[in-house]
Design a protein. Structure first.
Length: 291
């Protein structure tokens, strides 16, 4: 009986190897990837165009700093595995538009603080110099209130855009927010001075958002929890020759890859479709044996 049971036991099924995709399947996938890349580029470009329409040149500069900052951050990753994709461009551009609105209205509200408290004409003597009390109030409000609030808005915004879910957002915020305040403290101090100067000297105001664009690149890198190579980052951000070369070559490389990918997808798809209509070769005629 035992032998019979053993004989009747089903044989273990052999693991089946995954089938290699056919030429048509590969071509369709490549075509789909090319379409997605084009769609992401259009969405990202449209988002930056919207920021420009809403906030003018300031919107263009500040919103653009997000995808550029992400590209620089990817390039500076310590593990050397950074990769800037069309999806990154799309997500960062959308985040940039929203953050630009928050920064723009936040700065405008901060500039109204002296008027609200009757400090617009008040001055204080510091080391023998008369300093606008309103400028000091604006600078202090920027450093102690506006910057922390913008930092607090950054993480939920980025998390939602990149992960498409609220799940885990609170944990991500707790993990990164305080650390980001410490890392960006020196930059926040400079930003406070810049906003205070813009209030005290209106001629300086047009330069405020170009400054935000430059500082936005640094904020984007410093607020990321991933480790980066600061030496490599310094070359990218500080060298007036290296940074334009890197960004230009990066854009050219991305464009070249996108073109090659689209061309290869079209060729593969055409070849696959063409193969469906190829006639099978006629069988060779059987030889007649000699008598």
């Amino acid at each position: 009986m035992a032998d019979n049971n053993a004989a009747q036991a089903p044989e273990a099924k052999k693991e089946e190897k995954p089938k290699a995709p056919t030429t048509l399947e590969s071509a369709l996938k490549e075509s789909s990837d090319a379409v997605k890349s084009s769609a992401n580029a259009l969405i990202g470009t449209g988002a930056i165009a919207a920021a420009t329409a809403l906030f003018g040149l300031d919107g263009l500069i500040l919103a653009s700093s997000f995808p550029i900052g992400r590209a620089i951050h990817e390039y500076s990753k310590a593990d050397g595995k950074g990769k800037f994709t069309s999806g990154n461009f799309r997500d960062e551009s959308i985040s940039g538009v929203i953050f630009t609105g928050l920064a723009k209205y936040g700065v405008d509200a901060t500039m109204q603080i002296p008027k609200s408290f009757g400090l617009e004409n008040a001055v204080v003597n510091i080391l023998g110099h008369s300093v606008s009390t309103g400028a000091l109030a604006v600078g202090a409000a920027t450093g102690l209130a506006l910057n922390p609030l913008l930092n607090a808005a950054y993480y939920p915004l980025q998390y939602l855009i990149q992960n498409k879910t609220f799940k885990g957002m609170g944990q991500d915020f707790k993990k990164n927010y305080v650390k980001s305040l410490i890392r960006t403290a020196p930059l926040s101090a400079i930003t406070s001075v810049a906003v205070g100067l813009a209030y005290a000297m209106p001629a300086f105001a047009p330069l405020l958002f170009p400054y935000f664009a430059l500082s936005g690149l640094a904020y984007r890198v410093l607020m990321s929890p991933e480790k980066i190579r600061y030496k490599k980052l310094g070359k990218t951000l500080l060298s007036p020759l290296y940074a334009p070369f890197y960004l230009t070559s990066g854009i050219a490389t991305a464009a070249g890859k996108a073109y090659s990918k689209a061309a290869a997808a079209a060729y593969s798809l055409g070849s696959a479709i063409g193969s469906l209509f190829k006639k099978a070769p006629a069988p060779a005629a059987a030889s007649v044996p000699a008598h």
